[in-house]
Design a protein around this ligand. Sequence first.
Ligand code: CMC
Length: 436
Amino acid sequence: MKLADNKATLSFSNGSPSVDLPVYSGSIGPDVIDIRKLYAQTGMFTYDPGFLSTAATQSAITYIDGDKGELLYRGYPIEQLATTSNYLDVCHLLLKGELPNSTESADFHKLVTNHTMVNEQMQFFLRGFRRDAHPMAILTGLVGGLSAFYHDSTDINNPKHREIAAIRMIAKMPTLVAMSYKYGVGQPYMYPQNNLSYAGNFLRMMFGTPCEEYKVSPVLERALDRIFILHADHEQNASTSTVRLCGSSGTNPFAAIAAGVACLWGPAHGGANEACLNMLEDIQKMGGVAKVGQFMEQVKDKSSNVKLMGFGHRVYKNYDPRAKLMQETCNEVLAEMGLENDPLFKLAKALEKIALEDDYFVQRKLYPNVDFYSGIVQRAIGIPVNLFTGIFALARTVGWIAQLNEMIGDPEYKIGRPRQLYSGSVQRDVQPIDQR
Ligand code: CMC
């Protein structure tokens, strides 16, 4: 970041002296006003619940232009990466800053592949959960639990530890997600098979059984790889900020990523894909496309608390570029599975069309986000609805780690410690219990 030519001047109507604040420019995007010395200079904090106008960090990983509907990983448009690259090369890009050449790519793929197995003891850890536990509950536990198995990579201040923890988590997430699925359906866990691609191996661990050979469908493999690429990073969203805040205390990387998994679970964030598919199924049960109008009236009625899941985004005020790519993948996967007439896909398209023409959505600049179509793709692949957010967590792990490692390496990094505007009781004395 560099100092901009101008500065900001904050003045007060009560006669207090005004304060000059430095302004910085990034490589693209809005400038920022540096308020770090504001409290020392004025005795005042800034107030910004939900971080609507606050940049909590500088970052060189991902850039979103919400008005244009543009998403860049290390400068590369998501459309180019999704159509010409693969997930592990994108992981290399996010972690190391550059797309790998062919030798680096082969080395990186081999390195990740060599870490796909998890400590055998993790099976027994898993057994402590109820069979009907939500996979995100299991994953939060398993990811945090990795720190109990890999003691040699828990020092966040040691670059070697950070590097090996990163590879371990990227490699082991598919194994853990598949294990949480197999545990729920009562099937044997499938060990990873290292001659398969990252996505192919995951498909086999999910849907293969020891009884027969599993043949990976190239269409589904490509679709899953694309889902992983599209979800790999998204700058300072809620779960990434959670990982940064959690990691800022110096906790181990596995614990910080487990915090990200927990945050992602919420329906306003990664849980939206599950919530979106449940919504589509509910409308289908009500009568399908014919009931779309009635459902939309509910969405627009604020007192109903009903939201059109998979629509809207804090940053995108235009079509989410990931949603476009996901819609393409949706067409491909449904054709592969012979589901071209899938009623939920038809319903989703009808909802999208009505929403994009409706004043309520137009005025608020609400467009489909990545989750609007990702659930339909995953369901067609055979992934159960309650595992959708687990797939998102698997794919986002690399983004969380890249952001965590960037923070630790930043000389300006400090433990995160937001301030508050206190509105509770002023000091008072405890009364004896019979006088309260
Ligand atoms: N359906 C109906 N109304 C909506 C929706 C929606 N999906 N999203 C926003 N609005 C309305 C909202 O009620 C508000 O209206 P008003 O100005 O009259 O009060 C206005 O649009 C602005 O919304 P907001 O809640 O202030 O925006 P936000 O930036 O705080 O929330 C959001 C963003 C993603 C949480 C929200 O759009 C939402 O809840 N969407 C549905 C859940 C969803 O699809 N989440 C996935 C996000 S993408 C994947 C990810 O990053 O995890």
